[in-house]
Design a protein around this ligand. Structure first.
Ligand SMILES: [Mg+2]
Length: 294
């Protein structure tokens, strides 16, 4: 019988995750399922809580929050036998969408009870695992701006505001890009996205063809364009049509290394890491994940 541990971030989604608690409790009590809920109290708290849950024998650890909570939970349970699950509760819910988890909390509880599990790939960079998509460059700068907060804007509107604000000041950084097959090139791209899943930033389909369990990282290198062109083309990212631009190059590789001329932010599922050398690797089908439908 499954044992569920919810790692709930009460401030995710402006309190949305916390408001799901009574629904989760009612469903799991009525269904007579074994569960516990842990509420996080600070950043990084979910990593330790998820690790303890796996050690205590909870075989399904549910991130109740946004992509940031998912990333912490997966970094806590990686290497254990516990499966990762998610219930929509944040501003960015790209991972929840990628595993077909219903938005409605009660429907999500039903999916958790069914527990359809499939193993998918895990990415790693800067000693940290990711399960969806990360970005370096323009998009990471936008994300770090959104993370600092743009009141009173939320979600996609905050993102669009940050895009235009970043456009005014962004300066592409020179980087050497080396793929797993030895191909190497130096350029000053607008952004480099690397991922297991298709989207980030709340529904931007940056890697529309990504396959979650093929053992390969999908990579998008978007070359420089002028601000006007970028402002015009940027919305195409939401549908994945940007891949048709002549400035967009797509690759698949088991690894990729970026050597940057200076330290630069990397946006990883709600968190910003800073470095001038980033080596991305993949662990094939390393994480069992609960899908909302297979
Ligand atoms: Mg893949």
């Amino acid at each position: 019988m499954n044992r569920y541990k919810f790692i709930l971030n009460p401030i995710a989604g402006g309190g949305r995750a916390k408001s799901m608690m009574p629904v989760i409790e009612r469903y799991f009590q009525e269904a007579k399922l074994e569960y516990e809920i842990y509420q996080t109290s600070k950043q990084q708290d979910a990593i330790g809580a998820a690790r303890r849950a796996a050690e205590e024998g909870f075989n399904i650890v549910v991130a109740a929050g946004g992509d940031g909570t998912v990333n912490e939970v997966l970094n806590g349970i990686v290497g254990s036998d516990a499966a990762l699950a998610v219930i929509h509760g944040g501003k960015g819910n790209d991972f929840a969408l990628s595993v077909n988890m219903p938005k409605d909390t009660e429907a999500a509880c039903r999916a958790l009870e069914k527990a359809a599990i499939k193993k998918i790939d895990l990415g790693k960079v800067l000693d940290r695992h990711f399960i969806n998509s990360v970005g370096v460059g323009f998009d990471a700068t936008v994300a770090s701006r959104v993370n600092r907060g743009i009141k009173p804007l939320n979600g996609v509107y905050a993102y669009i505001y940050a895009v235009f604000e970043t456009l005014l000041t962004y300066r592409p950084i020179e980087m050497e890009i080396e793929l797993g097959d030895g191909r190497k090139f130096t350029q000053k791209p607008m952004l480099v996205a690397v991922g297991i899943g298709c989207s980030y930033g709340g529904g931007m389909m940056i890697l529309p063809n990504a396959i979650q369990d093929d053992g390969l990282l999908d990579i998008c290198v978007l070359d420089q364009m002028n601000n006007l062109a970028l402002a015009y083309h940027f919305p195409k990212v939401f549908s994945g049509k940007h891949v048709k631009l002549k400035e967009a190059a797509l690759y698949r590789s088991e690894e990729i290394t970026l050597r940057l001329s200076e330290k630069c932010p990397l946006h990883m599922e709600g968190e910003i890491l800073i470095s001038d050398q980033m080596h991305f690797t993949i662990e094939k089908q390393a994480m069992p994940v609960v899908f909302g439908g297979l």
